[in-house]
Design a protein around this ligand. Sequence first.
Ligand code: NAP
Length: 191
Amino acid sequence: MKADILEPRSLLAAARKVTSLGTPTRVIVATGALHGPHLSPEKSLRAMSAGALAEVFEINAIGPALVAQHFLPAMPRDRATVFAALSARVGSIADNATGGWYGYRAAKAALNMIIRTAAIEHARSHPLGVCVAVHPGTVATPLSQPFIGQTPPSRLFTPQIAAGHILNVLDGLGPEASGGFYAWDGAAIPW
Ligand SMILES: NC(=O)c1ccc[n+]([C@@H]2O[C@H](COP(=O)([O-])OP(=O)(O)OC[C@H]3O[C@@H](n4cnc5c(N)ncnc54)[C@H](OP(=O)(O)O)[C@@H]3O)[C@@H](O)[C@H]2O)c1
């Protein structure tokens, strides 16, 4: 079924549908936006607009927060589970050496904080649960298409390869890793 991550009623229906079919043990939030009809990564403060900032925060931070709100409580408490949201390395404040992309960077940093905070709350009721943010690498999708210019082929992943990387990383994480931010190769990314 389709769900709109910005519509709590739509997420409630999705969570009810999923739980009617079984208990979700792995939830991956793979939504996000970098550009669109009203959205373009800002190279300067001058290029920022309140409307575009609100939109990029809605899709990249608020939507996944609402998914976490609806799906984390539905996960079983008595076995290993994983909830992951696709973030981006450019959301790392420590790693920001080049600037630019104000809204997307800030929205992913906000997402990282939401995931970290949710992981702390989730651990109290779900001691075997893992809740993390994941950077998928550079993946050939509509999101990255205008920006992949000089990316070497060895660093540009197909969606299928990227999905395999993400599942490998998630399968290797235990509860002690919950609340972290990990790259496609399993390396921890500084906040
Ligand atoms: N591609 C990369 O190189 C790269 C790098 C770093 C991080 N990431 C992150 O990885 C994630 C996946 O990106 P992608 O490359 O797969 O991008 P994509 O191809 O543009 O896919 C984004 C997805 O988000 C969905 N979406 C947007 N708004 C939604 C809403 N309100 N409700 C439900 N779904 C919504 C879109 O659904 P519709 O098609 O139905 O609109 C689309 O399927 C994103 O969080 C992105 O920031 C990607």
